[in-house]
Design a protein around this ligand. Structure first.
Ligand SMILES: [Zn+2]
Length: 440
């Protein structure tokens, strides 16, 4: 059903292309001036970035993630939260399995995800959160999971990792409930010689690098990820038995996926938590959190020279896409696949008269004569009248001014902290909104 809804939504975009025609202003002006021959200009079929999940949309999120990193450095925690179909909240009728009721699992997962973000942001369980973002993904046939990035004010130091993250089987005598949750949800595989057919196996080794080495203390690894403490049974580590293929297998700490005792106990699901401590892991994570639906994020720009190449972005998007039932429900219920805080202000960058303008045949003459201002041209206008704006860099403008999209101009912020030595001037709390910039 969702495939139908999606193709309807895409049809709408296709039939409304006349409202969306875009071209760099300089080319539009030249074309309108010289021969009035405007049928040829403008890309033919555009899938705008406002369409959730489209390549432009995913690309703009990837850019935002990189902006957080530029502004605040490495994230502190990388959490993968997977939907657990045996949650108590998922009550099914006799004979049903969770696969029959994707509507329920999607709703419950959305609630749990919202609750978990609030748990960390509002209740500050790992300390005060500077910013966060998540994106939701689906396995090929199945349940949703969310990748969450958390930036904290107080960085977690390497000797505090053990307080937040554990990769060991808990003592069942100390915390029986946690022991149950971890043995049920947080054991990888087992794969390798115990189970060579495990999906994580490739060319005889586990792609997730299990079983891990047992070590007495948490140490920082070479690749940016720390090696978490995994004590061997001789060093006091616990072992547990699990059933696999009607066989009892004894597993020790080398099979445990790193988890947060607090989050696992609260949310009772597969929640992997990793500590990030190098720039290298960030690059990987930013790609990972925004990699989109089983298709590469790509951008193709026809060269606007003398000829215009026809590109049908909607067909490109629809080709080779896979929609799982759960994803379909998620999108029908209009749940977001990505959220973040604080917001990112997008500033335009272009050459003189190189901005992208949108026009229809009716508005063409008007747009060609009088292009709407962009954030960049407005910044120049602002500098002519406002001496304070002249002291700012372009990327600093959103801290002190708000952009009015209907009026297309900057106005001074009304709320915020007063700026020293300036009258009638406030700045937004720098932690809520930050000057961010990238080419559109
Ligand atoms: Zn494995």
């Amino acid at each position: 059903m969702y495939a139908k809804i999606e193709s309807e939504r895409l049809q709408y975009i296709r039939f409304n292309q006349s409202k969306l025609r875009s071209e760099e202003y300089i080319h539009l002006r030249d074309a309108a001036k010289h021969d009035g021959h405007t049928k040829q200009i403008g890309k033919l079929t555009i899938l705008p970035s406002s369409y959730t999940g489209s390549p432009r949309h995913m690309h703009s999120y990837a850019q935002d993630a990189i902006i957080y990193v530029r502004q605040y450095g490495r994230p502190d925690l990388f959490i993968t939260f997977t939907c657990n179909p045996s949650w108590d909240s998922i009550q099914l009728l006799p004979g049903q399995t969770s696969i029959d009721r994707h509507d329920i699992t999607a709703r419950v997962f959305r609630q749990k995800l919202k609750s978990m973000i609030a748990f960390m942001v509002k209740y500050e369980v790992f300390g005060k959160v500077r910013c966060w973002m998540y994106s939701v993904e689906w396995q090929k046939r199945g349940l949703p999971h969310a990748h969450i990035l958390i930036w904290l004010y107080q960085k977690i130091t390497s000797n505090e990792i053990d307080k937040v993250i554990s990769a060991e089987i808990p003592d069942p005598n100390v915390d029986h409930e946690l022991h149950e949750i971890v043995t049920k949800n947080m054991i990888h595989g087992p794969c390798g010689i115990l189970n060579p057919k495990s999906p994580c196996m490739k060319d005889g080794t586990c792609t997730k690098r299990y079983p891990r080495t047992l070590i007495q203390n948490t140490i920082t690894g070479n690749d940016g990820y720390p090696l978490y403490r995994r004590r061997s049974p001789e060093q006091g580590g616990h072992v547990t038995t699990i059933r696999m293929h009607k066989q009892e297998i004894q597993v020790d700490n080398c099979w445990i996926v790193p988890y947060s005792p607090l989050l696992s106990k609260t949310y009772k699901a597969h929640i992997n938590i990793e500590y990030c401590n190098s720039v290298k892991s960030i690059k990987y994570i930013c790609k990972y959190i925004n990699k989109g639906s089983d298709m590469a994020v790509f951008a193709m720009e026809p060269k606007h020279t003398t000829e215009t190449i026809d590109i049908d972005e909607i067909s490109q998007y629809q080709a080779g896409r896979y929609i799982s039932s759960n994803k379909a429900i998620w999108r029908i219920l209009m749940f977001p696949i990505h959220e973040r805080s604080p917001p990112v202000a997008h500033l335009a960058i272009h050459l003189e008269n190189g901005q992208r303008v949108y026009f229809t045949e009716a508005t063409l003459q008007q747009v060609a004569e009088n292009p709407p201002p962009t954030t960049l041209t407005s910044f120049f206008t602002l500098c002519q009248t406002d001496p304070f704006a002249r002291t700012l860099l372009y990327s600093e403008v959103p801290t002190y001014y708000t952009w009015d999209p209907s009026r297309k101009g900057f106005a001074r912020r009304k709320r915020g902290q007063p700026v020293e030595g300036q009258t009638n001037c406030v700045q937004s709390c720098p932690d809520l909104s930050s000057p961010l910039l990238y080419p559109q």
